[in-house]
Each structure stands twice: as C-alpha cells, then as structure tokens.
Write a protein that binds this ligand. Structure first.
Ligand SMILES: [Fe+2]
Ligand SMILES: [Fe+2]
Length: 140
C-alpha cells in the first residue's frame, strides 16, 4: 500500500479521495508489473486506467470546489497545477487512442502518476489543511 498517514490533509472528503487514488494506483501498478503476459492483463489495465483518468478529474474538481468554499488564497496557483496535470493525462489518452495500450506507455503513465501523486498530495495539498488550521477554522 502506497498511502501513508502523513499524506492526510485533514479534510475528510479530500483524504478519502486521495486514499482511493493511491489504492487504485497501487492495484494498477501491481497488475502492470505482474508476470502474466501482457495480452492477458490488458483488459484489467485498461479498466483501471480509464477509472484513474476519470477519478483524477473528479478529485481535482472536488478539491478546487473546497478551496473556493474556504477562500483559499493559493487557489489560482493550485488550479494551474491541476490543469497542467490534466493536460498530461490527456496527452496519454491521445497516445493510447493512437497507439493502443502498449506496455511501454502504460508503464510510463503509471510511473508518472505515482510520482505526481506523491509529490502533489505530499506537499501542495497539505497546504490546504495548514491554511484551514491557521485560520483556526473547523475542517468541513
Ligand atoms: Fe489532491
Ligand atoms: Fe491538489
């Protein structure tokens, strides 16, 4: 399991979504890295990947909505970073549409997603919780 408690932001909805993202991502990486031949795991790979692509967007929208609700001062910068990552995901969607789900690109996508999630959730998203606490506000 890749999730760590130190990734908790302190906002229940955000934390649940982050945990789901990490859970699905580690499942995804396990499938990709398993010894089964590529043709046999491709369906599961596709399914998980489509889920990830959609769920990342769902999560970004929810997180941005929350930032709006609390008047988070870093919202514009945060939205920009989310938007850049969405573009990257779209780039991979295009690659998959054009070249199919090749092992090499799927591996690359998994690695990107993992690095990005750890960096972003571990740092930038943490600042949302820090802001709420600094305002002495309750975290709903
Ligand atoms: Fe997040
Ligand atoms: Fe975020």
């Amino acid at each position: 399991m890749m999730w760590k408690d130190k990734y908790k932001v302190g906002v229940p909805l955000i934390d649940e979504q982050h945990q789901e993202l990490f859970k699905r991502l580690s499942e995804f990486l396990q499938i990709v890295q398993s010894k089964v031949i590529w043709e046999e795991k491709i369906e599961k790979v596709k399914e998980t990947m489509i889920f990830m692509q959609e769920y990342v967007i769902v999560h970004f929208d929810a997180e941005e909505e929350y930032q709006e609700k609390i008047n988070y001062p870093g919202i514009e910068k945060h939205k920009e970073i989310h938007a850049k990552f969405k573009e990257e995901i779209n780039h991979y969607v295009t690659l998959f549409e054009e070249d199919g789900f090749t092992e090499e690109i799927v591996q690359e996508f998994g690695a990107k997603l993992m690095t990005w999630l750890i960096m972003h959730v571990g740092k930038m998203d943490q600042q949302i919780g820090e802001y709420v606490r600094s305002q002495g506000g309750s975290i709903e």
